[in-house]
Design a protein around this ligand. Sequence first.
Ligand code: HEM
Ligand code: HEM
Length: 218
Amino acid sequence: MPTGAVRSAPAALSPRIRLAPSAPQSNMNASSASTRYHPLAIGTHWLTLLLLVAVYALIELRGIFPKGSDAREAMKTWHDMLGLTVFALVVLRLALRTTFSAPHIVPAPPPWQQRLASAMHLALYAFLVVMPLLGWLTLSAKGKPIPWFGLQLPALLDADKALGKRLEDVHEVIGNIGFALIGLHAAAALFHHYVMRDNTLRLMAPWLGRRGDDSPRS
Ligand code: HEM
Ligand code: HEM
């Protein structure tokens, strides 16, 4: 839930985290705090969204083509490759998250909302790590190739058909949970923007412009 969160991030998400464009430490008082995330954090956030739309669409729509057809296999291959790209991106995002801090929400939401947002962000990051890994493990256990734009990635497990089926089931269940989490997260962002009328969404979408009361308060 995108209510800012990071200022009160739990210990697991180190308080060193700064996702805002860096300002010298000595200058990091409230009045110099940034009003948006680091451009790379913004770019990777929205690119991940686009990739996930494609990843879900490809796997859900594969059924329109008959089993074994080239088109259906191509959709699965693209699902795998784009899913692995999500994994590469989350590694970059986590590196950014440990380097840059988040900008402040103005006006600041109550602490319970910040804790909830931290928990949601943690869950979303976990989802972005676990899903591609489960997919990779599934293909490994099924003894299938693991394609990534012309490369073949190594299998992470020995072939074991029964295990492959179980992993696939877990992958699907977590995929459904993740879908719901993303929906809640996006709904919360819109709620902040249109109902609470704070700057949460504009921290991640600076092209939406600023309202008069946006600037961080001292
Ligand atoms: C329409 C869809 C989405 C909207 C409107 C949206 C909006 C936002 C906003 C406004 C923030 C920053 C504000 C804050 O929470 O402090 C944020 C942060 C975040 N979003 Fe999204 N988001 C969307 C989709 C996604 C998706 C698909 C994922 C990944 C599964 C995702 C993962 C995250 C994470 C992990 C953060 C925390 C960033 C950090 O502080 O480390 N978001 N999102
Ligand atoms: C964030 C990334 C991913 C998401 C959100 C995701 C989501 C899903 C979902 C929802 C399904 C179940 C579809 C259904 O049966 O209705 C699925 C199936 C599957 N996924 Fe993923 N996936 C991701 C990444 C990956 C990766 C990286 C791989 C492999 C390297 C992979 C391999 C598979 C396989 C093998 C299936 C079973 C498809 C079949 O045999 O028809 N997934 N995925």
